[in-house]
Design a protein around this ligand. Sequence first.
Ligand code: COA
Length: 260
Amino acid sequence: MAFRNLLIADHDGVRRISINRPDKLNALNRETIGELHIAFDQARHEDAVRVVILSGSGEKAFVAGADIGEFASATPQQAQAFSRAGQELMARIERLGKPVIARIQGFALGGGLELAMSCHLRIASEKARLGQPEINLGVIPGFGGTQRLLRLAGRGAALELCLLGAQIDAARALALGVVTRVVAAEKLDEEVEAIAAQLAAAAPHALAAVLGAVLIGGEGAIDTGLDFETQAFALCCATADMREGTSAFLERRKPTFSGI
Ligand code: COA
């Protein structure tokens, strides 16, 4: 399907989804959120897709937030629907069952940081600027930011970012645990590609099991997470990829994972 606001490209098991509204710093309007729902649904159902890279077009921004022009005149009912649509998108990404890497070259603000936090890995350029500036507009994060920031970086960071609304640089985001890695701007693509290639070559059932176990464990009591981990570990042991991975280790060769 053709998208108006997204660019899609595939290479060696890696799907690249790029939000393509650079003149609006890739701000998330309703249409873009709807297209992202469809794009991630496709990525979920296509077996050839092993990993997704999510990025924003242009040099300046990953995503500079929800589209302010669009929600500025929203009624409370419309704002509720907009928030729900955003939250459901973030949940869809978080629960994709395949790793999603956010490539953050510039601004990741508001809904942009919320989108990045729903991805499993966040690789940032040293030029990236991140934050939850909604308080400056008289609102709060509405796409899950208060909850994911709390879980990712703790209560102190969540309160600081959401209450003060200031932008932080990539080094501070790394120190807070908001991003996974920070690299020089000119190394960003190389780093993202290398991680994506590693994940695309890994055993998909095992990747899905890690994603599920960490997600479930983060949401509930540790016993629930441990139960999930046990079941997922046992299920991995029923796959051909597990036999290949363990045999390859014992035979001192590189494994080739088939996804079976
Ligand atoms: N929603 C809608 N449009 C946005 C946007 C957003 N969240 N962020 C940027 N834009 C638009 C601007 O309106 C401008 O459009 P225009 O050229 O048609 O006027 C264009 O993107 C470029 O932005 P501009 O503000 O001129 O760039 P800048 O380099 O001076 O500043 C930012 C960059 C990111 C600091 C600034 O755009 C900003 O503060 N954006 C809003 C961030 C925010 O509050 N996000 C949370 C929203 S809930």
